[in-house]
Design a protein around this ligand. Structure first.
Ligand SMILES: *Cc1c(COP(=O)(O)O)cnc(C)c1O
Length: 371
């Protein structure tokens, strides 16, 4: 006979990596509330509040704005599988790990994927990007708004403008930027945006907020082939969340409570004030890292506010430093990977975690760990 387990006692961690981020205490409390059924009017009311909160954070009036069950990659697969049909031409703007994941998903959908590449850590030249789109005339264009593998921010304005000139749909990975930077879906010209719950929104992993423009929804309605993915078929999901409220799958109710609370924290603070807080703490962290003699990988102007990539100083082993931070302070940061393995640290200041006190804590802990 096996004995039962000891009471669950997770170690205390300070999550300052690329995600998951520190969860707001109020989010944990919301998750402990009693669940209702997935067809209960209360659930749909929560869902309406989530829609309003997401519209504010994303900067959009898109009616089709909701949370998909699954992590950020589920949002990515929903975006690609619903809007990139077999035989279509997809351009992926590729300058990091998550662009590669989009490329792989596009290929699995049977699309012809063309890549417009920039080195990891760099952004794209707007004019060259636009020219490539005009020359290739793709059906869809995808880019990563905040590349968490490198710390590079791509606003997408030039990409979206050129894509719309040739009638292409635009897809943006906003997994780390949602809740930490302005995305402004409508003015940027993004047709399909997706994100996650566990980075800028300070909730646990499990939901993927998605928003689709009326243009994208028209394309979806006109689609002649059936999406090979049943679970992520937005036509079916729209029927559950927005239309007939017909059972599709059992929504993870507690996660919807969490997301509602995470979004409510944003609405209480004010979207603009939240972005300003992330920007100020970003600047403060960069100044602190530079005071330690560290250089940033990414040029000013295209840096994300939620994810920082200082270069590992010469003669320093990044694993040793990360081990010290964890052992001495319970602080989790991450290193680089792929072409950036061993070369950068990845330090996240997301949502709840983006505070001046945390910046001081991080810089102090790094000062000790680097010697
Ligand atoms: C984390 C991340 C993803 C993947 O999200 P998961 O929640 O891990 O599935 C996709 N894109 C970017 C930019 C990310 O940072």
């Amino acid at each position: 006979m096996s004995s039962s387990f000891a009471p669950l006692a997770p170690p205390k961690r300070l999550l300052f990596g690329p995600g998951p981020s520190i969860v707001a205490p109020r989010v944990y409390e919301a998750m402990g509330q009693s669940i209702v059924g997935h067809l209960d009017p209360f659930f749909f009311q929560v869902n309406e509040e989530i829609r309003a909160g997401l519209q504010a954070a994303y900067g959009t009036a898109n009616p089709f704005t909701m949370a998909i069950s699954g992590t950020g990659s589920a949002g990515m697969e929903a975006a690609i599988s619903n809007f990139v049909e077999p035989g279509m031409k997809l351009i992926v703007f590729a300058n990091g790990f998550f662009c590669d994941r989009m490329t792989e998903m596009g290929r699995r959908q049977g699309a012809t994927v063309l890549r417009f590449e920039a080195p990891w850590g760099q952004s794209f030249d707007d004019a060259a990007a636009a020219e490539f789109i005009r020359a290739e005339k793709p059906n869809a264009v995808a880019f990563v708004h905040g590349e968490t593998s490198t710390g590079v921010f791509t606003s997408g304005k030039a990409i979206c403008a050129a894509a719309h000139e040739v009638g292409a749909l635009t897809i943006a990975d906003c997994v780390t930027s949602l809740g930490t930077m302005p995305i402004n879906i409508d003015t940027t010209g993004i047709d399909v945006a997706y994100s996650c719950s566990q980075k800028g929104l300070s909730c646990p992993p499990g939901l993927s907020p998605i928003s689709c423009s009326p243009r994208a929804m028209d394309q979806l309605k006109a689609r002649s082939t059936v999406n090979h993915s049943w679970y992520l078929d937005l036509k079916l999901l729209a029927d559950y969340y927005d239309g007939a409220r017909r059972y599709h799958h059992t929504a993870p109710i507690s996660m919807f409570y969490a997301l509602r609370e995470g979004l409510n924290l944003i609405l209480e603070e004010g979207v603009e004030a939240r972005f300003a807080r992330h920007e100020a703490n970003h600047e403060k962290l960069v100044a602190g890292l530079e005071s330690l003699g560290m250089e940033m990988l990414v040029e000013p102007g295209v840096r994300m506010w939620a994810l920082h990539t200082p270069k590992v100083p010469a003669g320093v082993n990044d694993l040793d430093v990360r081990k010290k931070l964890m052992e001495r302070h319970g602080i989790e940061i991450q290193g680089g990977f792929g072409p950036l393995a061993g070369q950068v640290f990845r330090i996240g200041l997301m949502g709840e975690g983006s505070t001046a006190a945390n910046v001081d804590l991080l810089v102090g802990a790094l000062r000790e760990a680097l010697v």
